[in-house]
Design a protein around this ligand. Structure first.
Ligand code: 5GP
Ligand code: ZN
Length: 115
C-alpha cells in the first residue's frame, strides 16, 4: 500500500533499524521505545490488523510469531522473559494499520495493563 508507513519501511523508502528479516517478515526497532528492548515484527505483505492477517494468511501469521520469538532470543530476552502484543483498533490503541507484533523486554514490565 503506497500510503502505509510500514510498507514504506519494507520498501526501504523510510529508514529503520532492522534487527532480523526472513523472506516474508521484517523486525525493526520501535522509533519510540517503551522498554529497554522494543522491536516491531511485521509481515512484509500489507495486512491491516491481526484479524485480517489471520484470515487471509494464517501461515504468515505463524511466521510473524516465529520471528518475534527469534528476535526475543537474539536480543537476550528469553531467559528473563518478555512480552508480545498486537494492538487492534481504537480500544486497542492501534496507530499504524499494518499489522505488527510488539516485542518488549530487558526489564520487568510491570502489570499487564494500566487502565
Ligand atoms: P501501534 O500503536 O499501532 O500498536 O504501534 C505503532 C508503533 O509504531 C508505535 O510504538 C510507534 O512508536 C511506532 N512507530 C511509529 N512510526 C514509526 C516509524 O517511523 N519507525 C519506527 N521504527 N517505528 C514507528
Ligand atoms: Zn502496509
Amino acid at each position: 500500500m503506497s500510503d502505509c508507513l510500514f510498507c514504506k519501511i519494507v520498501a526501504g523508502e523510510i529508514p529503520a533499524t532492522v534487527v532480523r528479516q526472513t523472506d516474508h517478515t521484517l523486525a525493526f526497532r520501535d522509533i519510540a521505545p517503551k522498554a529497554p528492548v522494543h522491536v516491531l515484527v511485521i509481515p512484509k505483505a500489507h495486512h491491516p490488523d491481526l484479524a485480517a492477517l489471520a484470515t487471509a494468511d494464517p501461515g504468515l501469521a505463524g511466521q510473524v510469531l516465529a520471528t518475534a520469538a527469534a528476535v526475543a532470543e537474539a536480543e537476550g530476552l528469553a531467559a528473563g522473559g518478555y512480552r508480545t502484543m498486537f494492538n487492534s483498533g481504537r480500544h486497542g490503541g492501534q496507530e499504524v494499520f499494518h499489522v505488527h507484533a510488539h516485542v518488549f523486554g530487558g526489564a520487568p514490565l510491570g502489570p499487564m495493563l494500566a487502565i
